[in-house]
Design a binder for this molecule. Structure first.
Ligand code: NDP
Length: 251
């Protein structure tokens, strides 16, 4: 029901005006599309990624289209330690004084292998980037999220985060964790009422991750990420105020 509302949403041109939104993994795929969509509806986006050149191209694209000037944050979330996170939180506090949206989008697929043979090192990497990093980032950014009158934290799930599937190993387990983290945090913040926490499954999208997961598939058979942005705008913008603790689908 809520997914249908989110899918049907057509954002007004200035719907996200005056909102500051941080997007992880903004340089490519779904994160890139989300950054462009949010900026085109008036948001100031903080573009976080590990490849500076991709973020610079995106910055140019947003400004050339007349969007609010974005900020670039080059951070390898797989390697970052405490100071990297705290510096980011400090920069957001010093520049805007608040954070209105946080899209946890960066992720990795890891290995496609049976649990019995799954590489333990890769398991740790996937769990760290897909689950531990969203936890750490949310915790560190909580003070600036609390400064917003209407903050939205949005985690990224997957179909295999709700129903396990053979050979999806750490990726599936990490997305189940993301669903649990969403529910737990949403419940903790429910009474405060100013920070909503939800989780979105984009479904299959034409990205590098999808191509790596399904090498035999024709990429053209999958939708472009840009076509899936309605639910992202709904959840990150003011239209979904009051919605929290939910797990939604883009498709
Ligand atoms: P892509 O692999 O296409 O893009 C991922 C982005 O995350 C890239 O910009 C990448 O940076 C960035 N990233 C990866 N590792 C790090 C890191 N250590 N530090 C900072 N940034 C990093 O993935 P998708 O766009 O396909 O996926 C986005 C999200 O959607 C993921 O959470 C995924 O699990 C989820 N999802 C995707 C589906 C799909 O069909 N595509 C289906 C269901 C869920 P760089 O550009 O430098 O590589």
């Amino acid at each position: 029901m809520l997914s249908a509302t989110a899918k049907a949403h057509r954002a007004e041109p200035d719907e996200l005006k005056n909102r500051v939104i941080l997007i992880t993994g903004a340089g490519d795929g779904i994160g890139r599309a989300a950054a462009l969509a949010c900026a085109s509806h008036g948001a100031t986006v903080v573009l976080l990624g590990r490849t500076q050149s991709k973020l610079e191209v995106l910055y140019d694209e947003i400004t050339a289209a007349g969007g609010p000037e974005p900020a670039i944050c080059v951070l390898d979330l797989a390697r970052s330690d405490g100071p990297g996170y705290f510096k980011l939180a400090e920069q957001i506090a010093d520049t805007w004084g608040r954070l209105d949206g946080l899209l946890h989008n960066a992720g990795m697929l890891g290995q496609r292998a049976p649990i019995e043979h799954y590489d333990i090192g890769i398991w740790h990497q996937v769990m760290h980037l897909n689950l531990n990093v969203p936890f750490i980032l949310t915790q560190v950014l909580m003070p600036v999220l609390r400064k917003s009158l209407d903050a939205s934290v949005l985690f990224t799930s997957s179909g295999v985060g709700r129903q396990g599937r053979a050979y999806w190993g750490a990726y599936a387990a990490s997305k189940f964790g993301v669903e649990g983290l969403t529910q737990t945090l949403a419940d903790e913040l429910q009474t405060e009422g100013t920070i909503r926490v939800n989780c979105l499954n984009p479904g299959s999208a034409r990205t590098h991750m999808r191509a790596a997961a399904y090498p035999g598939e024709d990429p053209a058979s999958r939708p472009e990420p840009a076509t899936l942005m309605g639910p992202y705008l709904w959840l990150l913008g003011p239209a979904s105020k009051g919605t929290t603790g939910k797990s939604l689908d883009c498709q």
